[in-house]
Write a protein that binds this ligand. Structure first.
Ligand SMILES: NC(=O)c1ccc[n+]([C@@H]2O[C@H](COP(=O)([O-])OP(=O)(O)OC[C@H]3O[C@@H](n4cnc5c(N)ncnc54)[C@H](O)[C@@H]3O)[C@@H](O)[C@H]2O)c1
Length: 505
């Protein structure tokens, strides 16, 4: 029988111990603080009892969980997972001590979420036996485990960690060491680009969150999420990414985070972050239901441009009762191609997709800009933008058109990709950098973000639905219009777009 040691009986350690016993391992849980050990053990036992009740595990599993009050009692372990506080020196000391206490072939794993595993492995007597096992909170419920291969990790240690994770019922992804490993790295643009959009005042934080929920199908927008995690925690993570990468512009913290922390607005835990949290009052209103689709009543419509979005809009407009007239003349013209159509039919209100340019850079000063991402049958919201020169009747026509397609409108300021497009394209870009740099495979990125961060789909899947050319067009336009290094496209993404391939290969 495998003997598992868990060091640190806090939020993560208690959950990991529960998983170990449930997987049939003799599990020794240790914490130097007696009350913490007691609390953690109780939590793990309660969790196991629930699983026994549900028939998920046998009654004998509770007997597999033992508490040990000294580190020396971990001597018989085959694998030790440390879930002690996130302090490099403390973890290094632990690995040094465990190297003396345990057998030479013990595998030592760290549940760190931000310290390079390579730097911790150096503190063990046998660095080849060290790996990262990054569980997600709460470990018993979250289906993902990220196994991190440090520079020194040997194949046996990696395999031991992968096997233990699978025995615990986890989907295991194997990733390289580096800032944020794979999941937290690839998830970073969600908040980082959200903050950027807020800083540029493209939209308010409430709007950005609503757009992510209703336009993109995310459970929460970036600002709700930052409030939940703690704005101070997110700020520290951003600073550590910058330090570890020697200043990568995509990962720099935002001055907004610094300001919020300085003001003591740390999120839910302090009663105020981007939102206010008061007993009995919801922090935001419920989302509106989208309008009922239909009512096109034979109105003539020209949708120009090609690609998944243009095709989906045509289909949805037809279903809503519009009469499609390719090439015009028509009562409404929608340019839904990724690249601007050279000569959309004139004489009618014009709606243009803000992908390869902002509305301003496109030069159609009377038009309305819009952006949304496929799959349209899941979207409930479209983003619209206007210039001071936009014709009011074109703005009305845009709202009416999308309402008949069953989409509510959110007016935001002009930018390539508007809000959701910018966030999703940066998620795809980060994934393309990570895949290109060998941090993990395309499948691992999508598994990581859906199972680890509960995204509605992974960045690779997004890029396939929208088209890699759409993603690249938004990034290149941001680069062109902002001249900021954070918008440079990943070489892997450009290659996929030029060759017409997926990020998969
Ligand atoms: N909480 C999360 O969402 C989360 C997610 C993934 C990874 N992690 C990582 O897991 C680790 C633990 O996080 P947590 O949230 O469970 O923290 P926690 O504060 O809930 O638990 C830490 C436990 O370690 C104990 N401890 C203190 N000094 C110790 C020592 N010298 N040796 C052993 N144990 C000691 C404490 O008594 C406490 O019970 C951290 O590295 C953290 O970055 C946390």
């Amino acid at each position: 029988m495998t003997v598992l040691g868990v060091v640190g009986a806090g939020t993560m350690g208690a959950g990991i111990a529960q998983l170990g016993a449930a997987a049939g391992m003799r599990t020794l849980l240790h914490d130097p603080v007696p009350e913490a050990l007691e609390r953690g053990t109780e939590g793990a036992r309660r969790g196991l009892a629930k699983w026994v009740e549900k028939g998920r595990v046998g009654e004998d599993t509770a007997g597999l969980l033992e508490t040990v009050s000294s580190l020396d009692e971990l001597a018989p372990c085959d694998l030790v997972i440390e879930a002690a506080p996130e302090q490099p020196d403390l973890k290094r000391d632990l690995f040094g001590a465990l190297s003396i206490v345990c057998r030479d072939d013990v595998v030592l794993a760290t549940n760190t979420s931000s310290i390079p595993v390579t730097s911790l492995a150096g503190a063990a007597a046998r660095p080849e036996n060290v790996v990262g096992m990054h569980f997600f909170n709460p470990p018993p419920l979250m289906p993902l485990l990220e196994v991190i291969r440090a520079e020194q990790s040997g194949d046996r240690a990696v395999q031991t960690a992968v096997d233990a994770g699978r025995a615990m019922g986890k989907e295991v992804i194997l990733v390289a060491d580096g800032p944020g490993f794979l999941v937290n790295r690839c998830g970073r643009p969600f908040s980082a680009e959200g903050l950027r959009l807020l800083q540029e005042r493209v939209a308010t934080h409430e709007q950005i969150d609503r757009i992510c929920r209703l336009g993109g199908g995310f459970r929460m927008g970036p600002f709700e999420l930052m409030d939940l995690v703690g704005i101070d925690v997110g700020f520290e993570v951003a600073k550590s990414f910058t330090e570890l990468s020697f200043g990568e512009p995509r990962w720099r913290p935002s001055p907004i985070q610094a300001r919020m922390v300085a003001a003591g607005r740390l999120g839910r835990k302090s009663g105020r972050g981007y939102y206010e949290y008061a007993e009995g009052t919801p922090y935001r209103p419920d989302d509106p239901d989208p309008p009922e689709p239909g009512g096109g009543d034979g109105m003539t419509l020209a949708v120009v441009g090609s690609g998944p979005l243009a095709d989906a809009l045509r289909e949805r407009a037809r279903a809503a009762g519009y009469e499609l007239r390719e090439g015009g003349p028509a009562e409404l013209v929608v340019d839904a191609g990724v690249r601007p159509h050279p000569s959309p039919p004139g004489g009618a209100p014009l709606l243009v997709l803000c992908a390869a340019t902002s509305l301003l850079a496109r030069g159609e000063q009377g038009a309305v800009g819009f952006h949304l991402l496929p799959p349209l049958d899941e979207a409930k919201l479209v983003e619209l933008t206007r210039l001071p020169t936009t014709q009011p009747f074109a703005a009305e026509a845009a709202e009416e058109f999308f309402a008949k397609l069953g989409l509510s409108a959110e007016w935001v300021e002009d930018a390539p990709g508007l809000v959701l497009g910018r966030i999703v394209c940066q998620l795809v870009n980060e994934a393309a950098f990570a895949i290109g740099e060998g941090v993990g495979s395309a499948d691992d990125v999508d598994a990581g973000l859906t199972l680890g961060l509960s995204h509605p789909r992974g960045p690779v899947a997004w890029s396939e639905l929208a088209g890699v050319d759409h993603v690249l067009a938004v990034l290149d336009a941001l680069w062109e219009e902002r001249r900021e290094e954070r918008y440079r496209a990943a070489p892997r993404l450009r290659r996929a777009a030029v060759l017409g391939r997926s990020l998969q290969n």
